[in-house]
Design a binder for this molecule. Sequence first.
Ligand SMILES: NC(=O)c1ccc[n+]([C@@H]2O[C@H](COP(=O)([O-])OP(=O)(O)OC[C@H]3O[C@@H](n4cnc5c(N)ncnc54)[C@H](O)[C@@H]3O)[C@@H](O)[C@H]2O)c1
Length: 418
Amino acid sequence: MDEFKVKDIRLAEKGRLQIEWASAHMPVLNQIMERFSREKPLEGVKIGACLHVTKETGVLVEVLKAGGAEVALCGSNPLSTQDEVAAALAEMGVHVYAWRGESPDEYYWCVNRVIDHEPMVTLDDGADLVTTIHKERVEVLEGVKGGTEETTTGVIRLRAMSRQGALKYPIIAVNDAYTKYLFDNRYGTGQSTIDGIVRSTNVLLAGKRFVVCGYGWCGRGIAVRARGMGANVVVTEVNPLRALEAVMDGFTVMPLSEAAEIGDIFVTATGNINVIRGEHMLKMKDGAIIANSGHFNVEISLPDLKKLSEKKRTIRPNLEEYTLKDGKRLYLLAEGRLVNLAAAEGHPSEVMDMSFSNQALCVEHIVKNPRLPPAVYNVPKEIDELVAKLKLKGMNIEIDEMSEEQKRYVSSWEEGTT
Ligand SMILES: NC(=O)c1ccc[n+]([C@@H]2O[C@H](COP(=O)([O-])OP(=O)(O)OC[C@H]3O[C@@H](n4cnc5c(N)ncnc54)[C@H](O)[C@@H]3O)[C@@H](O)[C@H]2O)c1
């Protein structure tokens, strides 16, 4: 069995510096690392992880190793691996199978190499590792005690598996912790999506009509950040509650068929399929820029774009020009894959600190509770609260505590209008 497969092991030194830089901004993971190094709660545990191979993932892997785990890792997207980080991790003894620009076949080859290591705990981002185990590699199922899932789309897939009785081991939905989605999906995706658009195009956002499809946790982060850069933000939604929130947050809300005609930049963050389709592309202005920040590259219909186009050119990294039959040009970023990871570096370390602290603590929880029945579980409240507490501590922020009188008051019913 290959111990690892990365683009170029000579990039390891650069990767170590990246991981060091991320670690300096991840105080919660550092506190967990200290305890894990002392207590070794993951001694002998084999972990199989399918995560974006970024510098922050590098820090998480160091923490898991400090706890005693053996880690095999592949990327959770063919375009998101930072090759220098993959090299650094390989040099540290992690079984890494990941490089930027994997073909779909290579992507699943890497997933299968991680499964070859017979993980006891799986860490997934999008549920490709879990679904591959359940569909094609059932021989390893018996040894898996449980897993965690990082993102909204993965949790949706796993809940569907659980409803159909197809899920064979317990999974903790890390995405659904408050200390994950309220920060990572909102501030992380918000900032890094703008970063990806700016790095790939360097267009001025001020004064542009910026269309955000989906006003979920990611969408609202993107919308607020784009507004902060001076863009006129339009939101499209299918959920009346979310649409109403967008209206009251001060955004213009309209159907995509109308927004298509006026938008300069379009970003999808819905977790849904074929949101921007040929009918919308036909209405778009010459020069419109289209990007996706949802998990899979299905939100923008690439088959429609290809069908409508006569010519395609790569203008610069992560920026492709499609010329339609009438001569109109549309610009697709990062092949429609998550623009914040493919064209930028993903979420800043400060938010991944919280997401990955939930991951590390949930892995420990699974190891300590090996007999949970197969189902999708919420992150235990104590873990979520601990991460918030440690994050505040890491930021040197203190807060008030309730007095005994206040604790009694908020848990009683006797006192009312006085
Ligand atoms: N890029 C990243 O780094 C990153 C980080 C976290 C999550 N994600 C992914 O981003 C996606 C969104 O995550 P979220 O946490 O915001 O989910 P969410 O469920 O909070 O929000 C999704 C929103 O999209 C709306 N929507 C669905 N179909 C739509 C359509 N056809 N048109 C317009 N709106 C539509 C839904 O009503 C919902 O309000 C998921 O795929 C998630 O896995 C990406």
